[in-house]
Design a protein around this ligand. Structure first.
Ligand SMILES: Nc1nc2c(ncn2[C@@H]2O[C@H](COP(=O)(O)OP(=O)(O)OP(=O)(O)O)[C@@H](O)[C@H]2O)c(=O)[nH]1
Ligand SMILES: [Mg+2]
Length: 308
């Protein structure tokens, strides 16, 4: 399946809810009425774009369609795409990462960290990198087993600690071992933690410090893994994690199962953090590098808007 099809499939539910029916929005009118504007804003909010960002988008669309002599669904869809794209492009960064790089995956319980660690390992390995997985979720024995299975699937090395070992100690050993064996991409899976649990956030900060000590001068990415179904609480999670460890990116998982994929836009705009990847399923290749252009094209499908 091509990359754009993955965006389309992953965002299908959100697109249906947001724009799948643009023709019912315009109902043959060639101008945007206030009622239509309100309806568009409501759809954006329902897709979890967030009230402030939704308001900003409709304001822009309203302005930009003013000069259209004969508005139709296709033109409206294009203006909507352009507005969302403008916002996403501002915070987007290119996907290439330095060699070597450490990627720390953090987030609340069940967000998809371990699955994402496995998918990333497979992706980077297929790109020719020497990848190492670090099993720093020592909280549950099953977590290490789960990551070990992913290491097998991705055919990459894994470093695990003794059960109950301090996660920062596992990270230290893993990074030291990775660097001495020439790994150029070390992906660290951490235990799920609630953003408001102080002791767990302290533990995370310690992991970051220890990683800096074990691999001084090596680029460290800190990506927050978020379940796209979380709703606006995702914003609180992201703000807290960002405040504590200084995030460098976001990964939104389970996009495939939600009609609320607009949260991607809300997070990028309100936090100014780049979205790195989207998780669109449970299989190893169900992780797509974020591309703002493909994202908006999948989010606001033109074909669906054609039929009026
Ligand atoms: N549909 C879908 N399911 C996903 C995706 N990513 C992860 N999952 C599923 O979500 C569940 C939780 O994933 P994990 O990777 O174990 O989450 P975690 O953040 O490591 O969880 P803890 O370690 O318990 O905090 C699993 O059943 C995954 O298969 C995705 O992009 N799409
Ligand atoms: Mg996990």
């Amino acid at each position: 399946m091509g990359l754009f099809d993955k965006f389309k499939n992953g965002l299908f539910k959100t697109a249906q809810q947001l724009a799948g029916n643009l023709e019912t929005l315009l109902t043959g009118a060639t101008q945007l009425s206030n009622a239509t504007i309100d309806e568009l804003e409501e759809r954006l909010v329902k897709a979890d774009v967030g009230t402030a960002t939704a308001a900003a988008i409709v304001k822009e669309v309203k302005e930009s369609v003013k000069n259209e002599p004969a508005l139709d669904n296709v033109i409206l869809a294009n203006h909507l795409r352009k507005s969302v794209l403008g916002k996403l492009s501002k915070v987007h960064v290119a996907a290439n990462l330095p060699h070597p790089v450490i990627i720390l995956l953090v987030g609340v319980n069940g967000a998809g960290k371990t699955t994402t660690a496995g998918k990333l390992a497979a992706r980077f390995s297929s790109e020719g990198r020497k990848v190492l997985l670090a099993a720093a979720d020592t909280f549950r024995a099953a977590a290490e087993e789960q990551l070990t299975e992913w290491a097998g699937r991705a055919k990459v090395e894994i470093v695990r600690g003794a059960h109950g070992a301090a996660p920062s100690a596992v990270v230290f050993d893993a990074l030291k071992s990775g660097l001495s064996h020439g790994s150029d991409c070390m992906v660290v899976d951490t235990a799920g933690r609630l953003h408001n649990r102080l002791n767990l956030m302290e533990e995370l900060k310690k992991i970051v410090r220890v990683a800096e000590k074990a691999a001084p001068g090596i680029a460290q990415e800190k990506w927050l893994v978020l379940d796209a179904n979380t709703g606006q609480n995702a914003m609180n999670q992201a703000k807290e994690f960002h405040k504590e460890v200084g995030l460098t990116g976001l990964i939104l998982t389970k996009i495939d199962g939600t009609a609320k994929g607009g949260i991607v836009v809300a997070l990028a705009v309100e936090l100014g953090l780049p979205v790195r990847y989207l998780g669109v399923g449970e299989q190893v290749d169900d992780l797509i590098p974020f591309d703002p252009q493909m994202f908006v094209e999948a989010l606001v499908p033109i074909t669906a808007a054609h039929s009026s």
